[in-house]
Design a protein around this ligand. Structure first.
Ligand code: HEC
Length: 438
């Protein structure tokens, strides 16, 4: 029974809430003035009609229906995809697309106030986006000097992971060249949806070694080597392609992947030679087959560690953890020869859909003395709390499928000599001194 008194209470509560909402709406951020600039800066590179994201987030009409979903994904730091722990380790990266706490709060206040549009006159000028068919590095470096192509592959409409590993001959360079940048480009628009990850590795003529020209995963498609640094590319041999496709409900016939290569001028000799990204295992004991000790119980967790000694001084350019669906955390620590220990980077919100190379800002790159131990730690969560866990009832072991696990890190590294190390450290100390005085 509703008494007059309780009715009065309800009515006054409703009036108070309406007043509160109106007041809030008056100072709430608006789409035109406050939210559109954030979306331009942090979202539209992917959320544009030609981008890799499922929907464009440009006009008010496109954005408002997603207001609460946007609030949810941004407050949990799932979007933009940047899954580094904000409280631990180095925080300055070249490709940081994360939101600031203030931007997340503005999006939340806007969504909670009912996603008001505001005055369209406040909108920032619209941005232009390159088509997904273009080389992303072209704007900065011009068209590539050389393009290699995989053999065509028919991707079926429905099914599980597929691998395509053709060998394609590589010729056409007159002499050894120094690689400055490489970009991996799936076909557009369908190839971008089905290529899960891929490598293009050059096996030089008559040799057994391999030179990794480009590695790709969603979120990582190109690499520019740091100024003065490059990778030697022999003039001929063959390309071993390793392409991992995942069907998306549409047939993709004759899919071809391209890799664009940008070289330094012919007579150029780099100060430092890089080997690009190096794989560091985060599993097992020495002598154990790779991944043999990944055994994650149903509804359980596992922690794995891998320690690697640097036999020469080195500069690190990037950190790219690789785990699958149960992977949650990976940290990279340096244990210096004097015993000091420092966490360099930690991903605490890993998402298998993304292969992000966290690229250190120039003045934040770890410069490590010879004898440093790089220690990596992976944490797996096979419980129902892990939102992308396909089945917590399963025992999980090592394997190539997304439902199996992996545990390694790709680290962009340049090995340097003692003299270069001393010089790099002196420059770093001078930079820090200038910062301190400013
Ligand atoms: C690097 C590319 C990229 C950037 C930058 C990016 N997104 Fe996304 N976004 C995606 C992709 C791809 C998906 C779909 C796959 C997924 O959810 O991981 C997605 C999914 C989403 C979803 C979920 C859609 C759904 O139906 O579940 C929301 C919401 C979203 N993004 C909002 C944002 C916002 C807001 C920003 C900026 C603050 C942003 N994204 C930045 C690529 C990006």
């Amino acid at each position: 029974m509703i008494t007059f008194k309780s009715l009065l209470k309800i009515v006054s509560f409703v009036i108070a809430s309406v007043m509160a909402t109106t007041l809030m709406a008056q100072d709430a951020p608006t789409f035109s003035k406050d939210i559109a600039p954030i979306l331009q800066q942090k979202c539209q590179s992917c959320h544009n009609p030609d981008g890799i994201a499922p929907m464009a987030l440009i006009s008010y009409e496109q954005v408002w229906p997603f207001a609460s979903l946007i609030q949810d994904r941004t407050s949990k730091r799932i979007m933009p995809p940047w899954h580094l722990d904000k409280g631990i380790g180095i925080q300055r990266y070249k490709n940081d697309i994360s939101l600031s706490d203030e931007q997340i709060a503005a999006i939340a206040a806007w969504a909670e106030a009912g996603a008001p549009e505001g005055d369209p006159a406040d909108l920032p000028a619209p941005l232009e986006f390159p088509s997904g068919a273009d080389w992303q590095l072209a704007e900065q470096l011009g068209p590539p000097d050389f393009v290699i192509k995989s053999n065509p592959y028919d991707v079926i409409a429905n099914g599980q992971d597929q691998w395509w590993e053709p060998r394609v001959s590589f010729e056409g360079l007159d002499s050894e060249r120094i690689l400055r940048a490489a970009e991996f480009k799936p076909s557009y628009p369908l190839g971008k949806k089905v290529v899960h990850h891929g490598h293009a590795v050059l096996i030089p003529e008559g040799e057994r070694r391999s030179v990794a020209l480009a590695r790709y995963g969603v979120g990582k498609s190109w690499e520019i080597y740091p100024e003065g640094t490059g990778m030697r590319v022999p003039p001929n041999g063959s390309i071993a392609w390793n392409l991992h496709y995942f069907p998306v409900g549409t047939e993709v016939p004759n899919d071809v992947v391209e890799v664009g290569l940008w070289f330094y001028p012919e007579d150029y000799q780099p100060e430092q030679e890089t080997v690009g990204e190096v794989l560091y295992r985060v599993d097992g004991l020495k002598g154990m087959a790779r991944g043999q000790d990944i055994v994650i119980p149903p509804h359980g967790y596992q922690v794995l560690q891998g320690t690697h000694r640097l036999e020469s001084p080195a500069v690190l350019h990037s950190f790219r953890p690789h785990l699958h669906m149960r992977g949650k955390v990976m940290s990279m620590e340096a244990i210096y020869p004097d015993g000091r220990k420092e966490v360099l980077s930690q991903v605490n919100n890993y998402d298998h859909n993304w292969q992000i190379a966290y690229m250190y800002a120039d003045d934040a790159k770890p410069i490590l003395p010879s004898g440093t131990l790089l220690q990596f730690t992976s944490v797996f969560d096979n419980t129902a709390n892990n939102p992308i866990n396909p089945d917590p009832e399963q025992w999980v072991v090592f394997g190539r499928r997304g439902v199996d696990e992996m545990s390694h890190a790709w680290v962009g590294i340049t090995h340097i000599n003692e003299e270069q190390y001393a010089q790099a450290m002196a420059e770093r100390r001078a930079q820090q001194e200038t910062l301190r005085l400013e």
